[in-house]
Design a protein around this ligand. Structure first.
Ligand SMILES: Cc1cc2nc3c(=O)[nH]c(=O)nc-3n(C[C@H](O)[C@H](O)[C@H](O)COP(=O)(O)OP(=O)(O)OC[C@H]3O[C@@H](n4cnc5c(N)ncnc54)[C@H](O)[C@@H]3O)c2cc1C
Length: 444
C-alpha cells in the first residue's frame, strides 16, 4: 500500500511514524519543502528568551531517524497540485527545479499554516520577523544584541509569548494589539484583563486598540511601526497576527471552511475518499462546538497519530478522535493561565444557555509559604449544571488545575459533582476545600 504524506512536521510525522508501526508492509513517503522534519515551533519564544541554547532540542526527530525507520523522505520537495481522480500528486524538486509525479493509494495532507503578513511596504525587510520557521528565528536570535527596542504586532499566543520573553531579556518592548486586552477570544474579558495586567507587570508596554497600519522604512530597514495615531520606534519588528492554512495548492477541490482549512471528520477523513488531513491545515472536531479551526500542536499530534493508524487499516478497524475542547495554556511574566471547553462568549455564540461563576481562592493553606490567589471562572448549563468550560489564572498552580477541569468537561460532570469531588489535600498543595471545589460550590 502506497501512503503519501505532504508535510513533515507534527501532523505529517505523527502519521508516518504510526503508519509504519501499525503496518510494516506499508510504503510511506513524506514530501516536505524544507530541509528538516519534526520541528516543534512551540519552543521558539523560549529559544528567543534564552531559556535554552541548543536549537536541536526543538526537533523531535531527525531526517536520518525517519529514513532509518523506513520512511521514504523527500526533503526540499513541494507538492504543487493534486489530481485526486487519478490519485497523483505533482511535486517539485526544489533543488533541481524539476517536476515529478507521485502516486498514492491513500494520501495525508499535513501542510500546516503560514504566518499572515499584512501587505505593508517594508514587511520583507530583514529586521521584520515572524516566529514560525527555525531559520528566521535563528537570524533574530543572532541579531538580538543589536536590538534595543522591539515592536511586537499582535496580542495572541505568539505575540504575547515572544513579548514577555523579550521583556525578560530587558528589551524595550511595545506590543500593539487591535483589541482592549490580550488573548480576547481565547479567554473571556475578565481573564484577558488579568492576563493584560500580568503582561504589563512583566515589563511590556501594551498599547490597546492599536492596529499597525504601516511601517516606517529608512535605507531599506524598518525603523518604526505606524498606527492611526502614532509611530512606534523599532530596531526590530515581530509580526504575530495569525495564520493562514497552506491549502491554496488544492484549488478548492476539498470541502473547506472560509479561511481555507480542510474539513475533516473524527477519523481524519476529508470530503474525498482515501484522503486524510490534520493539523494547522485542517479543522478539528470539537466536543461542544462542531468543527473548529484550532491550530495547536496537541491536535496535530493526536489526529496525526489516529490517521497513521487509519491510513494503513481497513475501515472497520479505524480509530476515532474523541473530540477537542480547545484547551490551551500560557505563561505571562510571573503568571499562568489555562482555558478548557467553552468560554462564556463561545457558549453564547453556540446558543448554549449558561450561567457562570467567577471566584478567587487560595492555591494552598495560609501557613504554608507562597500562598497566592488564583482566579477561576466556570461556565455551566443554566438548568443541568453540566460544566461546559473553565478558565483559571494565577501566579502558580493554575495550569495543572485546568488539566483536572478538562477531564471534568470531557466527562460531562456537573458543578454539583465537582463541588464535592475528592481532590487530594495537604497544606503545600491545596486547602481543605480545594479551589475547584470552592468555585463549583458557588455555581447557582
Ligand atoms: C511560536 C509558536 C508557538 C506555539 N506554541 C504552541 C503551544 O504552546 N501549544 C500548542 O499546542 N501549539 C503551539 N503552537 C502551534 C503548533 O506549533 C502547530 O499547531 C503545529 O506545528 C502544527 O503542526 P502541522 O504539522 O499541522 O503543521 P506545520 O508545523 O506548519 O508543518 C507543516 C509542514 O508542511 C510543509 N509544507 C507546507 N506546504 C507544503 C507543500 N505544498 N509541499 C510540501 N511541504 C509543505 C511546511 O513547510 C511545514 O514544514 C505554536 C506555534 C508557534 C509558531
Amino acid at each position: 500500500m502506497e501512503i503519501l504524506i505532504i508535510g513533515g512536521i507534527a501532523a505529517g510525522m505523527s502519521t508516518a511514524a504510526k503508519a509504519l508501526r501499525t503496518n510494516k508492509n506499508a510504503k510511506v513517503t513524506v514530501v516536505e519543502q524544507e530541509d528538516y522534519v519534526s520541528f516543534g515551533a512551540c519552543g521558539l519564544p523560549y529559544f528567543i528568551g534564552g531559556q535554552f541554547d541548543d536549537e536541536n532540542n526543538m526537533y523531535a526527530r531527525t531526517p536520518k531517524q525517519m529514513l532509518d525507520a523506513g520512511v521514504n523522505l523527500l526533503l526540499k520537495h513541494r507538492a504543487e497540485r493534486i489530481d485526486f481522480k487519478n490519485k497523483q500528486v505533482i511535486v517539485k524538486d526544489l533543488d533541481k527545479d524539476k517536476l515529478k509525479t507521485l502516486s498514492y493509494d491513500r494520501l495525508m495532507i499535513a501542510t500546516g499554516a503560514s504566518a499572515i503578513k499584512p501587505k505593508m511596504d517594508g514587511i520583507e525587510s530583514k529586521n521584520v520577523y515572524t516566529v514560525t520557521k527555525p531559520y528566521i528565528v535563528r537570524e533574530l536570535v543572532k541579531n538580538l544584541d543589536s536590538y534595543k527596542k522591539v515592536v511586537v504586532v499582535g496580542g495572541g499566543f505568539i505575540g504575547v509569548e515572544v513579548a514577555e520573553q523579550l521583556a525578560h531579556l530587558n528589551k524595550e518592548v511595545d506590543l500593539l494589539h487591535s483589541r482592549e486586552f490580550i488573548m480576547e477570544g481565547v479567554y473571556d474579558k475578565e481573564l484577558s484583563k488579568l492576563l493584560t495586567k500580568a503582561l504589563i507587570e512583566s515589563g511590556v508596554n501594551f498599547i490597546p486598540e492599536s492596529k499597525a497600519v504601516g511601517l516606517k522604512v529608512e535605507d531599506g530597514v524598518v525603523t518604526g511601526v505606524k498606527t492611526k495615531d502614532d509611530t512606534y520606534k523599532a530596531d526590530a519588528v515581530i509580526i504575530a497576527v495569525g495564520f493562514k492554512p497552506n491549502t491554496k495548492f488544492l484549488d478548492n477541490q476539498l470541502e473547506s471552511i472560509d479561511n481555507g482549512a480542510i474539513v475533516i471528520d473524527k477519523y481524519g477523513q476529508t470530503s474525498i475518499k482515501d484522503v486524510f488531513a490534520a493539523g494547522d491545515c485542517a479543522t478539528v472536531p470539537h466536543r461542544l462546538a462542531g468543527n473548529e479551526y484550532i491550530p495547536l500542536a496537541t491536535y496535530a499530534n493526536k489526529l496525526g497519530r489516529i490517521i497513521g493508524e487509519n491510513i494503513v487499516s481497513d475501515k472497520e478497524k479505524w480509530q476515532q478522535f474523541n473530540g477537542a475542547l480547545g484547551s490551551s495554556s500560557i505563561k505571562v511574566g510571573a503568571y499562568e493561565a489555562v482555558v478548557t471547553g467553552l468560554t462564556e462568549d463561545l457558549a453564547n455564540k453556540f446558543n448554549y444557555k449558561v450561567n457562570t461563576t467567577l471566584i478567587q481562592a487560595n492555591n494552598h493553606s495560609n501557613y504554608y509559604p507562597n500562598q497566592e490567589k488564583i482566579t477561576i471562572k466556570l461556565v455551566y448549563d443554566k438548568e443541568t449544571f453540566v460544566l461546559y468550560g473553565a478558565q483559571i489564572f494565577g501566579p502558580s498552580e493554575a495550569v495543572l488545575r485546568g488539566t483536572g477541569l478538562s477531564v471534568a468537561v470531557h466527562a460531562g460532570l456537573t458543578t454539583k459533582d465537582l463541588g464535592f469531588l475528592d481532590f487530594a489535600y495537604s497544606p503545600p498543595f491545596a486547602s481543605t476545600w480545594e479551589a475547584i471545589n470552592i468555585a463549583a460550590n458557588t455555581a447557582k
